[in-house]
Design a protein. Structure first.
Length: 250
């Protein structure tokens, strides 16, 4: 199947910038710009720009009684804050309070992933999260950060989580824990990537074979549901990993 026409890449190509799958697949010929302005990267930059604009619109006229964009953003952010607090230790029963440390990252995940997922539903655009490089990058942030939290709150004792409670179990527990953490990288990145790329492939096939209007509509409606669910799953699993890194194991 041919690559779809992507408006942002066409615009950059008209400006003389090698942006598009043909350039990305032959990056050795077109140079580093073909990688920097690869389709998934261009659309990721676009999503970041949308987030900056959204933040500006929501904060340019801050009012004590919010309305309009500020009201919507405050409602969403408050919901994400409560969701974060419910799923990670937050200082109760002498547990560490990691909400201030993870909440900014969760806010970024929620808005970035959701907009990336929705972007692919617009003709002429693609979901950056339908590329394994993007989802793997997000996953590595989660993996690196929860190890940081483990060492931040437990110090060198964090390594004991990989060794088990009894010394003679170390030869069994250590390989198990290593493979478990490698499995987290694979599952977290491939789950998001697989669902989004399958949605885009299905949309492309239906548009090509059955028409450009009503045939893809059920898949697009399903795509909205998948986009929301996959965002929630990625956020929830990240919170679970963050919580597991700082909680005491018994």
């Amino acid at each position: 199947m041919e690559h779809p026409i992507l408006f942002l890449c066409v615009i950059l190509e008209k400006l003389g910038i090698p942006s598009g799958w043909i350039y990305y697949e032959h990056a050795d010929k077109y140079g580093i710009l073909a990688k920097i302005f690869a389709p998934h990267m261009v659309h990721s930059y676009f999503v970041c720009l949308l987030l900056i604009i959204l933040a500006f619109l929501g904060t340019r006229k801050k009012e004590f009684i919010p309305k309009g964009t500020q009201n919507v953003l405050e409602y969403i952010i408050q919901f994400i804050y409560n969701f974060t607090k419910e799923n990670v230790p937050h200082g109760e029963n002498h547990s560490p309070n990691i909400v201030p440390l993870v909440f900014p990252l969760i806010i970024f995940y929620a808005f970035y992933i959701l907009i990336c997922n929705f972007l692919g539903l617009i003709p002429g655009f693609m979901s950056p999260t339908a590329n394994i490089n993007v989802t793997l990058g997000l996953t590595l942030i989660t993996i690196t950060y929860y190890h940081f939290l483990g060492f931040r709150f437990k110090g060198i004792k964090y390594l004991k989580d990989f060794l088990g409670p009894i010394p003679w179990l170390i030869p069994l527990m250590l390989p198990t824990e290593i493979f478990s953490h490698i499995g987290r990288i694979i599952s977290l990145s491939v789950r998001l990537f697989g669902n989004l790329v399958s949605k885009e492939l299905l949309l492309g096939l239906l548009t090509t074979l059955a028409g450009k209007f009503f045939a893809p509509l059920p898949v697009m409606l399903l795509g909205v549901l998948v986009s929301v669910i996959q965002t929630l799953i990625f956020v929830l699993l990240s919170l679970v990993y963050f919580a597991g890194a700082v909680e005491e194991h018994h």
